[in-house]
Design a protein around this ligand. Structure first.
Ligand code: NAD
Ligand code: IPM
Ligand code: MN
Length: 367
């Protein structure tokens, strides 16, 4: 059956890497006999320019009427002086909220062949397979009231609000993932200071009773930031609130050596999913054919697995990426001695060639 995919390239390198997602889908379609209907729409700065708003109604309608959504990245210098309510990033926050995408999954594996591109020692970076489960539609990002500056611009307020239900649903999601993985859940909070974290911790302890096979520990976010560097191998699933998850996942990307390697999946209760790289629009390298498209391509693999029930197809993309890296190709962000440095276009081409050539045994399993 034909699957309708919304592609929202956004800004900066988002536009360059989105073509990698489309090419990967085309290759999977040919290889496995699926039809994907790709429809494009603007979000972020591109949408401000074309529609006067970072999330046009038409983009939201397309997203709602699609089987899944792929998003590049938003933001850029051109829109940086706009008030926060009008910025490109608002489009991203709004689509997450409107679609109820509360569960953001950010898997961080060690790619064995990339171990020398990590600034961490190989024995530390080489044995990691963690999943950060980040709450995505609450917390400081969505506080009310927001942007209060007082009458004379002399005071500013941001509020960190969560309801019990919002915490419960993300915690349950994380327990489910931990149960299906290695059975270890680390809840990251700041319960020594924040009331929201105290409630978060209580809820994790309550829910733990339903998951006797999952080992739970609690860690303060400052200590977690340190442990991610000193001993990342200790983590299986991390669950945390919106802002902590944002910061910790960029930090954790250095285990792989580049932010350009991390994909993400954002899931709702209704089952609709949006897939985007963890990184942003990288204005410093935009338009130079230097962006690493692998986070976007791996996000496409997550989409196939989580939203379209196409596990083997998703795995064929993941294997293709691994095979290109094993053969010593990399983009400039992955500083690997002795490797062949290629641009965005070439990297996309190498991956899709390998999706097409993937081991026939996998196709047989699908039939
Ligand atoms: P960034 O993630 O865009 O870039 C941080 C650094 O990582 C830069 O040096 C960049 O060149 C590098 N980098 C990121 N992705 C890369 C890739 N695929 N290949 C190679 N190098 C890559 O973060 P920033 O510079 O702090 O923010 C730039 C803009 O992006 C801002 O407007 C910000 O709000 C926005 N942003 C958007 C998203 C998103 O759309 N999901 C995420 C983060 C930041
Ligand atoms: C991310 C980004 C966004 C976030 C910004 C651009 C709003 O950093 O997706 O990680 O903070 O969620
Ligand atoms: Mn971020």
């Amino acid at each position: 059956m034909k699957k309708k995919i919304a592609i929202l390239p956004g800004d900066g390198i988002g536009r360059e890497i989105a073509s990698g997602a489309a090419a990967a889908l085309e290759a999977v379609g040919k290889r496995f006999g699926h039809e994907f209907e790709l429809e494009y729409a603007d979000i972020g700065g591109a949408a401000i320019d074309s529609h006067g708003t970072p999330l046009p109604e038409s983009t939201l309608a397309l997203a709602k009427n699609s089987d899944a959504i792929l998003l590049g990245a938003v933001g850029g210098l051109k829109w940086d002086s706009l008030p926060s309510a009008e910025r490109p990033e608002r489009g991203l926050l709004a689509i997450r909220k409107e679609l109820g995408l509360f569960a953001n999954l950010r898997p961080i594996p060690s790619f064995k062949t990339l171990v020398q591109s990590s600034p961490l020692k190989p024995e530390i970076a080489g044995n990691v397979n963690m999943l950060i489960v980040r709450e995505l539609t609450g917390g400081l990002y969505f506080g009310k009231p927001s942007e209060r500056r007082g009458d004379n611009n002399e005071v500013v307020v941001d509020t960190l609000q969560y309801t019990r239900a919002e915490i419960e649903r993300i915690v349950v999601k994380a327990f489910e993932f931990a149960k299906a993985r290695d059975g270890r859940l680390t809840s990251v909070d700041k319960a020594n200071v924040l009331e929201s974290s105290r409630m978060w911790r209580e809820i994790v302890n309550e829910k733990a009773a339903d998951y006797p096979d999952v080992t739970v520990d609690h860690m303060y976010v400052d200590a977690a930031a340190m442990k991610l560097i000193s001993n990342p191998g200790q983590f299986d699933v991390i669950v945390t609130e919106n802002l902590f998850g944002d910061i910790l996942s960029d930090e954790a990307s250095m285990i792989t050596g580049s932010l350009g390697m991390l994909p993400s999946a954002s899931l709702s209760e209704s089952g609709l999913g949006l897939y985007e790289p963890v990184h942003g629009s990288a204005p410093d390298i935009a338009g130079q054919n230097k962006a690493n498209p692998l986070a976007m391509i791996l996000s496409t693999a997550l989409m196939l697995k989580y939203s379209l029930d196409m596990r083997l197809e998703g795995e064929s993309i993941e294997r293709a990426v691994q095979s290109v890296l094993n053969d010593g190709y990399c983009t400039p962000d992955l500083q690997m001695e002795g490797s062949t440095v290629v641009g965005t276009d070439k990297m996309i081409e190498l991956v899709i060639e390998r999706v097409a050539d993937d081991a026939p045994a996998y196709a047989d399993e699908v039939v």
